[in-house]
Design a protein around this ligand. Structure first.
Ligand code: HEC
Length: 118
C-alpha cells in the first residue's frame, strides 16, 4: 500500500518529463533541439555566437578557450532562471521561457560540450 502510493508521483513525473522533452539527459536530440530553438539565435549552433543577434549582443565565443569553465553550474542555472543584466541594469539575456528547470542540467552539459570542441 505504501509503495503503491509512493510510486504514482514518480510515474506521473516521468510521463510529463519524458513526454514533453523526450530523453532529457545528456546530449540527446531533444537537448540539441532545445538549444537550437532557444539559444542558438544568439550563441550559434556551434556556441561561437557568430550570428547577427549574437554579434549585436556581443556574446562571447564559447569555443575560444574554455570560456564556460569560468562559469559554474550554479551560475549557469541562475542565468537560465533569471537571465543576465549588465552593470547598468539592462537585460542582455532574458531567461529562456520554454526551458524548464528539469532541462537545465542537460542544457548546461550541452553548452559545455560546445565549449570544449575548440
Ligand atoms: C537574446 C540572445 C540570447 C539568447 C536567446 C540566449 N542567450 Fe545566453 N547570453 C546572451 C548574452 C548577451 C550573454 C552575456 C554576454 C556573454 O557573456 O556572452 C549570454 C550569456 C550566457 C551565458 C554565460 C556565459 C557567457 O557566455 O558569458 C550562458 C551560460 C548562456 N548565455 C547560456 C544560454 C543558454 C543555455 C541559452 C538557451 C536556453 C541562451 N543562453 C540563450 C544572449 C542570449
Amino acid at each position: 500500500m505504501y509503495l503503491k502510493n509512493c510510486r504514482l508521483p514518480g510515474v506521473l513525473f516521468a510521463a510529463v518529463f519524458f513526454g514533453a522533452s523526450g530523453r532529457s539527459f545528456g546530449n540527446d536530440a531533444a537537448t540539441v533541439k532545445l538549444f537550437e530553438s532557444e539559444c542558438s539565435t544568439c550563441h550559434g549552433k556551434d556556441g561561437k555566437g557568430k550570428t547577427s543577434m549574437g554579434r549585436k549582443k556581443n556574446v562571447e565565443d564559447w569555443t575560444d578557450g574554455d570560456r564556460l569553465s569560468k562559469v559554474t553550474d550554479d551560475e549557469m542555472k541562475a542565468i537560465l532562471e533569471k537571465g543576465i543584466k549588465d552593470k547598468d541594469g539592462n537585460v542582455t539575456m532574458k531567461p529562456p521561457k520554454k526551458v524548464q528547470a528539469g532541462q537545465f542540467d542537460a542544457l548546461i552539459k550541452y553548452s559545455r560540450s560546445l565549449s570544449r570542441g575548440k
